[in-house]
Write a protein that binds this ligand. Sequence first.
Ligand code: FRU
Length: 504
Amino acid sequence: MKIKNFYVLVFTSLLAYGCSQQEVKFMPNNLEQYRPDFHFSPEKGWMNDPNGLVYIDGEYHLFFQHYPDSTVWGPMHWGHAVSKDLVHWEELPIALFPDSLGYIFSGSAVYDSANTSGLGSTETPPLVALFTYHNMEGEKAKTIDFQTQGLAFSLDKGQTWQKYEGNPVLKNPGIRDFRDPKITQVTQADGKSTWVMTLAARDRVHFYESANLKEWTFLGEFGKNEGAHGGVWECPDLLSMTAPDGSQKWVVLVSINPGGPQKGSATQYFIGDFKQGVFTPDDTMIRWLDYGPDNYAGVTWANLPKEQNRTLWIGWMSNWDYAQVVPTTTWRSALTLPREISLFDVDGTLLVKSAPAKELGGLKGTSYSISGKESLLPSAAVEILAEVSGEDSFSMLLSNELGEEVAITKEMGLVTVDRRKAGKGNFNRDFAAAHSAPMSWKAESIRIFLDASSIEVFVNDGELVLTSLLFPTSPWKKIEVIQGLEDVKILDLQDSSTPSLEKK
Ligand code: FRU
């Protein structure tokens, strides 16, 4: 702990307070004002969903819906970035460009280690990506079959991609919204493995099966009478996960827009069983992966080494209600923190928790403990940790020198992130709102990641999560603990490094 340094910091920050007009980093016209420090954002242009998440040879590949020529949605490409530690990302050249079959919509990638597709060889197994072709001419002509599924493969571990000459590999059966293939390798009862594609089809999911990733057979559908149906279903995922009692469960994640708990976009999930192409949920309750307004289209990484023993997930940190008008300039949208999702049990009911990926916990930055009720923040990129003391309620406030503030509370079983007075919000009539989530069980701890334009609140290490965009006019400067929190620590994550990657 560096209490002494902290007071030096408080003093210098106070000095800086008075001179904030001269601070270059946050001048009102600074194009990079809202650029996150430790979240992925594209260098320029538009980004939405994460796509094709696949791990290979020590690198986490991240592809993403990208329109490089504008900061609003347009002809979709797959942008590409890689990371060795899930914190520092390197953006690479665009992986997939639109072609005569259409824009390249969302999808996934797998490592075809046994070369089942025949697109590589046993010595050089291919990475195979399945994505949706969105044909604009078809859409304009008001046909309904303009979304089909295409395949691309890479023989150099994701650096370059070739489109399969037999595209599309799955034609449209006459369903207007028919997209976002996510491939899961499923081990069958006889021990053999097969590829299962989970596809969003209107407001439900369809399952297909294939032995070679090129020919697909329809297995069945799920969701007609389950979950939320206030909008179209998108970006599904099918996962095998272990419950705390050791039993094997299957989880379907699916995003919905509109119809989320805070209006607009959100991601719901179902826990149950998946056998012979049939997903049977344990119940029909609606459950949300994240109760904040700004977490959408999240899916999981394929091909993680067994010894990692985790399910790794990332989402798009925005909401279609206002994603295209948020006040960033040369780029638009960032992704959430990578998160480890797992099952936990509350009074006999299984739920999914999402904790920040463990790599985030290893970040090296200067750390401060707060002894009094309030203190200045060392930078605009911090992690805040605290224990909930005594009663099951707490309240804290983050603010800046302009009197803008964001409140984080738990009161009467509701966890709330209130961004009504958190700065810019007039670009959308619903943006400046307080967002609450029910939490019937006790809050023990909170962990908050605050970056230049976002806040992610993890209660009990992710048993309840709220993710919200924030656009303060000047950076957050002060934290006030109003009640119910103790042992408050702040870690300065600006320009932080991961210990294992540090240069010696
Ligand atoms: C979800 C989504 C997907 C689609 C993509 C298009 O945000 O609408 O269903 O594939 O975005 O960019």
